[in-house]
Design a binder for this molecule. Structure first.
Ligand code: ATR
Length: 279
């Protein structure tokens, strides 16, 4: 048997992960010999599971909920993205050291600018939510030269603190949903987990500027409650996080293999699956 390099995604839950499909597609397209599996890791067992994977010859890992902070903690070296977000979604071994990176922000930016054709330069950006998902995307958004970024969160103190941590990168402020007032935005990104409860954060009616784009980091077979709200309130364009999922995977693949896969065909196939699933 020919030995092939092993990769995996660790999470809990993990059964519905699309990562094995995405990475197998990338491997086939780029002619890279590798295996990629989804592994359910028990809470509390993450460091042991990484060590065991490494001992059996594993080369790299993707890390998803709820282990991104633990992955950050066990990594021996970090990229600037991981360092800033205090979270790691990509692990790999370089000369025996465990290296941690975070490709979520780059993935979002690539989906927004490359796939969807949006320019962030000069845009007024609103991020809903101040948890791990918001934290993972702030650096890349601020580096794209928006006019300003406002973080609105149910618990205002978390938004204030997050804004303070990133204030050296651009004009960023935070507050509660009630502080949104009459301001208008060109791009609104939902980084809350409210969709999981079938909810939308309480947003003022006049929030969306003309031509506004609304993006939900989550994706589902049907539009999320936030994207339905956005459409009802006149958003020019709405998009869910499927493109970001594929783009963050492509960036991880590039870190591991040094080859950049093409993402458009994978995004298309996943969308078609979602639509069939929906019928
Ligand atoms: P994640 O890592 O997915 O971001 P998290 O750190 O638990 O998860 O953060 C979830 C985010 O969604 C938080 O900003 C949370 O607001 P709080 O900080 O006030 O908890 C937000 N959130 C969750 N449910 C929400 C709801 N029903 N309405 C508005 N915001 C919600």
């Amino acid at each position: 048997m020919v030995d092939v390099d092993q990769y995996a995604v660790f999470g809990n839950p993990i059964a519905h992960s699309k990562s094995p499909f995405i990475h197998s597609h990338f491997a086939e397209e780029t002619g890279q010999a590798l295996t990629y599996t989804a592994i359910l890791v028990e809470r509390g067992n993450f460091p042991n599971a990484v060590a065991a994977f490494r001992a059996t010859g594993g080369k790299g890992l993707n890390v998803t909920v709820p282990f991104k902070a633990e992955a950050y903690a066990i990594a021996e070296a970090h990229s600037s993205w991981a360092m800033r977000a205090c979270a790691v979604n990509t692990l790999y071994f370089v000369d025996g050291r465990l290296y941690g990176d975070n490709t979520d922000g780059v993935g979002l930016l690539r989906d927004l600018t490359h796939n969807l054709g949006l320019s962030l330069s000069g845009a007024r950006v609103l991020i809903l939510g101040a948890g791990g998902a918001a934290q993972g995307i702030l650096q890349s958004l601020l580096m794209a030269s928006p006019r300003s970024v406002f973080i609105a969160n149910r618990t205002p103190i978390r938004a204030h603190e997050l804004a303070r941590r990133y204030s050296d990168l651009g004009l960023v402020a935070g507050g509660g949903f009630d502080s949104l007032g009459e301001a208008q935005y060109d791009l609104v990104i939902n980084a809350t987990s409210a969709s999981l409860q079938g909810e939308t954060p309480p947003l003022p009616d006049g929030l969306l500027a003309e031509g506004v784009w609304c993006y939900d980091l989550m994706y589902a077979a049907t539009p999320t409650p936030f994207l339905r709200w956005a459409t009802e309130h006149g958003a020019e364009k709405v998009a869910d996080g499927l493109g970001m999922l594929v783009e963050q995977a492509a960036e991880a693949f590039f870190l591991w293999r040094g080859v950049r896969p093409t993402t458009a065909p994978v995004i298309r196939v996943l969308r078609e699956h979602n639509q069939q699933y929906n019928q």
